[in-house]
Design a protein around this ligand. Structure first.
Ligand SMILES: [Fe+2]
Ligand SMILES: [Fe+2]
Length: 325
């Protein structure tokens, strides 16, 4: 399943490319053994591995609160959510391997800083309310993105998204339930959850990526139906969904420019601070170094387990071989 593919000299034959694009235009899904342009394969490897890394690194800010959850019920919910995210990561790494690249290679790219993951996970989780707000806003934004990716042209990615979105919906609900409980609680609880919303609102909007005019990969990914909606369209959809949810629990969003436009039926919002976004992407967010160092330590500490498992598998194979001889 993971043997490297040689790029054959005729690979980018214009006739093959147009047949491929015709399949996409037809709404067909592209499967691992189908011919695809190298560029399509590379774009998918980049997007899917970035997505898998985000799931894995995304376990860290929430894992931080498991030991301090305020009740057994909240602890069980949070453990299950963090475990789900680990599962999403592993599932998407398997999807990446269908494109002919080994998981160890994409993990190495994460650990040495070549690969990116969602910037939102480079912000710290300062209070219990952050667990609610992350579920509500961060998983909520992920659902908006992933619902569209579930119609992506690459079959293994699209199918992974369908399954993952089902779990993300639970994550969003458990988050919103925490938010609603705190918002209806004591003045201190309400202040705590409002503070968490204030900190996570703008980074959540940045999760959709740069504006379409400034997104180098968007046009090509749209043409190949890897993406079906632009970053700005998805961001607007998220804002439209979220504003009424905030109002329903009596919380405000930290944007004085928010206003409803009856003509477009959109909630208009203020300018995003893209300089902050670019700083965090470059590695200068509040927790970038800590997150990567944690992943590197996990890789080092787990090395003996992987080595033992490989040695055991090799012993089993040798046993099977001598039994068959
Ligand atoms: Fe996830
Ligand atoms: Fe999630």
């Amino acid at each position: 399943m993971t043997q490297p593919r040689a790029i054959d000299a005729t690979a980018e034959d214009p006739a093959a490319v147009s047949a491929f694009e015709a399949r996409i235009a037809n709404g067909e899904s592209i499967e691992p053994k189908d011919w695809m342009p190298e560029r399509y394969r590379k774009q998918l490897i980049r997007m899917m591995s970035q997505h898998a890394h985000s799931e894995i690194v995304g376990m860290l800010p929430e894992g931080n609160w498991i030991t301090r959850a305020p009740s057994l019920r909240r602890k069980v919910g949070l453990i299950a959510k963090v475990q789900d995210e680990g599962g999403h990561g592993l599932y998407i790494y398997c999807g990446v391997e269908t494109l002919g690249v080994d998981r160890s290679e994409v993990v190495a790219q994460l650990l040495d800083g070549r690969a990116k993951y969602s910037s939102i996970f480079n912000y710290p989780t300062l209070s219990w309310a952050d667990m609610g707000v992350i579920g509500w806003l961060v998983d909520g934004a992920a659902i908006v993105n992933q619902t569209v990716l579930a119609k992506a042209s690459y079959g293994p990615y699209a199918r992974a998204m369908i399954r993952i979105c089902k779990e993300e919906n639970f994550h969003k609900r458990q988050g919103y339930e925490i938010v609603a409980t705190l918002a209806a609680g004591t003045p201190a609880q309400k202040a705590m959850v409002q503070d968490a919303v204030n900190r996570f609102w703008w980074p959540s909007l940045m999760m959709f990526g740069p504006s379409d005019t400034d997104s180098p990969n968007s046009a090509e990914l749209m043409r190949w139906r890897v993406k079906r909606r632009t970053n700005d369209e998805l961001r607007q959809r998220f804002v439209n969904l979220t504003v009424p949810q905030a109002a329903a629990v009596g919380l405000t969003l930290p944007d004085p420019a928010l206003r409803y436009d009856a003509a477009t039926e959109n909630w208009e919002f203020g300018e995003i601070d893209w300089s902050e976004f670019h700083q965090v992407v470059k590695g200068n967010g509040p927790c970038n170094r800590e997150r990567l160092e944690t992943r590197r330590a996990a890789e080092r500490d787990g090395a003996w387990v992987r080595e033992a498992a490989m040695a055991h598998a090799e012993k089993q194979r040798a046993k099977d071989r001598s039994a068959a001889a």
